[in-house]
Design a protein around this ligand. Sequence first.
Ligand SMILES: CC(C)(COP(=O)(O)OP(=O)(O)OC[C@H]1O[C@@H](n2cnc3c(N)ncnc32)[C@H](O)[C@@H]1OP(=O)(O)O)[C@@H](O)C(=O)NCCC(=O)NCCS
Length: 191
Amino acid sequence: MTGQIFLETNRLILRAWEDRDRDPFHDLCSDPIVMRYFPEPLSREKSDLLVSRCIEKQKRDGFSLAPVETKDTGEFLGFVGLSRPSYDAPLPFDPCVEIGWRLNQSAWGKGYASEAAKAWLRFGFETVGLEEIVAFTIPANEPSRKVMTRIGMTRDDDGDFLHPSLPADHPVAPHVLYRLKRSTWTTQCPT
Ligand SMILES: CC(C)(COP(=O)(O)OP(=O)(O)OC[C@H]1O[C@@H](n2cnc3c(N)ncnc32)[C@H](O)[C@@H]1OP(=O)(O)O)[C@@H](O)C(=O)NCCC(=O)NCCS
């Protein structure tokens, strides 16, 4: 670990992007199983572009989707973080801050995504002062929806939408929306 650390949890370090992340990040984003709920796996050019956008958002907003590594081995697991979406067309619930995650298959089933996401929720509500954080995915993405529920988010039954970056008839265009308000998070006092 050499770069800036944003947050730490029991098992994880949540830190700034570094050039050395670009190779393992492309490995992650080109895995067809990891990307099965997205339009397609990403080329090297597109995964590099995503890293650059995250770095820009970090500078602009003070947060972004950020690398996750284990404390014990320093292995790059993927990203978890907060982001102001910047798609070609607006989302129906803009302006918003979303929370998102994408981890290597080898890191699944260990609670890492939820552990990192809870730390980012605390950062978003307590440090940034956000009133609400949202998350969205396609209905079939049960693992991601379980993370949303596990960290205290609730589905907005009236919030289903078609992703603005995709044609309406694209198989992964329909999305479900989850929300968490700061007042609810404070009441729940998650650890
Ligand atoms: C979404 C994704 C991050 C979820 O990963 P995950 O490992 O299922 O979620 P968590 O890290 O929160 O781990 C929870 C699981 O670990 C288990 N677990 C094992 N040890 C644990 C521990 N010490 N602490 C907590 N949970 C633990 C939990 O029981 C749970 O298992 P279950 O889902 O079978 O009940 C992962 O599937 C992924 O990266 N998918 C591809 C990218 C993607 O779709 N991203 C979302 C786009 S919206």
